[in-house]
Design a binder for this molecule. Sequence first.
Ligand SMILES: C[S@@+](CC[C@H](N)C(=O)[O-])C[C@H]1O[C@@H](n2cnc3c(N)ncnc32)[C@H](O)[C@@H]1O
Length: 276
Amino acid sequence: MSQVIDVDAFTRFEAAGWDRVRDGYHRFFGPITARAADPLLDAARVGAGTRVLDVATGPGYLAARAAARGAAVVGTDIAPEILALARALHPGIEFRPADAHRLSFADASFDAVVAGFLLPHLGDHQAAVAELARVLEPGGRMALSTWDAPERVAVLGAVVAAVAEAGAQPPPDLPPGPPFFRFSDDAALAALLRGAGLVDVEVATHAFTHRVASIDALWDGVIGGTVRTAALVNRQTPSMRQRIRAAFDRIASHYQTPDGLDLPVSVKLASGRRPA
Ligand SMILES: C[S@@+](CC[C@H](N)C(=O)[O-])C[C@H]1O[C@@H](n2cnc3c(N)ncnc32)[C@H](O)[C@@H]1O
């Protein structure tokens, strides 16, 4: 039976969680997600003078790359502490609070709208992507990134596989949300953008290897830099947590090299155009 999702409760849980893991995310995931920034900006045709909205900006990686291209960029996020970090890191860029489900911007106010790794954190994808399309100028482009399937993203997938292998269930006090990897599927991702009225929709894959110093560093990075995944582990009983960790150590050891762990990362990049 599918669970009823309370979008506001899920969004509050995400916002509070992101504020809490802000520094861990920036340290561990920043060097990973920043590698998808330029391909995403290319997909949105961001260049000098483009008016860009970066939704779910986090510490502002995409916003900063867009500004470096000479774009006029505004970054938004739902988590106040994340925005404080973005402002501290990039003092020349405007950052404003906004929930992707209800953006506080006028219709058609941007030439390009980008969102890096927002999709796994949304309670209502259709509503949010429609909202991103609303603020897009006719003829303007949207580009969204999300994680590929967990078996192709070992940097996250090792914990996901360990949770599954240990048989851990989502704790009852977690507000239910949509499946984290729902839009790893090309057809589902393309349909999401088309459903918001976009045309010329394309989905591409950007894959690379990321090195992490050790198995402990990977565990600490994921548990200290994620919201839902960390909650799924932290809210288990001590014995279940031990089972998850034992499975994780074995799974992660497959990526061991003499210089650390070499972990595959694969990112889906979807883009489309609002009809003129
Ligand atoms: C995985 S981080 C991505 C950060 C950055 N874009 C990147 O590429 O690394 C997800 C971000 O989405 C933000 N977020 C979650 N739900 C949101 C919502 N409903 N509206 C806007 N931002 C949201 C979080 O606060 C967090 O900064």
